[in-house]
Design a protein around this ligand. Sequence first.
Ligand code: CP
Length: 313
Amino acid sequence: MNFCSIDDVDDPQSWVDEAIALKNEIETYGPHVYTGKSICLLFFNPSLRTRLSMQKAAFNLGIQSFIFNLNQEGWQLEFEDGTVMNGYTSEHIKEAAGVLSSYFDAIGVRSFASLSNQEDDYSEKVFNQFVKHCSIPVINMESATLHPLQSLADMITIKEFAKVDKPKVVLSWAPHPKALPQAVANSFSQWASHMDFDFVITHPEGYDLHPEFVKGATLEYDQRKAFEGADFIYAKNWSSYTDYGQVLSQDKKWIVDQQKMKLTNQAKFMHCLPVRRNVIVTDEVIDSDDSIVMQQAAHRVTSANLVLRKLIG
Ligand code: CP
């Protein structure tokens, strides 16, 4: 079993309940004793939450975790078949994946989008080579198009804070100076569509996500209208999918501020972090009592606990 996307999850709503139950169990009984199991956490890109929440979850379950920052510490990997490796790549993914599979019981991989080659990114060229060549479970720690560990944590957080059975959940694009991947927004949209939400996405024209990920969502280009009556505002920037990897707008009017939050049903504010203050969201909103970004980040451990237990016990 792998954890690559929501397609590996039989019943997403029951995973949310199981994750909360496991968190309570660990809080009551403490971490498990060492099981003899181990996991490699392999990063091509930086991380704070994913790296440390996975290590904390491994500790909770009695699993030893090993971090490998491949770009800084490993050999440059070759992903093409049949290449004459007389250039800058030193090790083929086939050997690397085989060796890692012989050392560990599972592997987590973080491999961001290049944002320069849409075909490679949307075929998950790097991440899927690990899935193909590893003989152990592979966990998506944010790939080119998806971030399911984040999304599971987001669903757990919404479950914890929802005041109504069917909350209005709004995913709002917000400005950012750099081009960011679509992974968090894609993944959040996929998971949200499996929950009992009134789910609305708002973004400027030109920022439509890949249609595969937004089935069941309502698209509203007017951000203020989208915010009306919302129970949760999830802010996130992403670069254009259609004009691939481009920053088409840095319109400051899309910042999440207190004036817009007043249009909501006293919505909770969410962001996956890291967040650029006073670019994505004002200090006033993120520092308010309605901001749940810390609880959301804490639930990264809750989601990682469950995924590790399901994959390696
Ligand atoms: N949200 C998230 O994945 O954070 P990191 O990039 O710090 O892991």
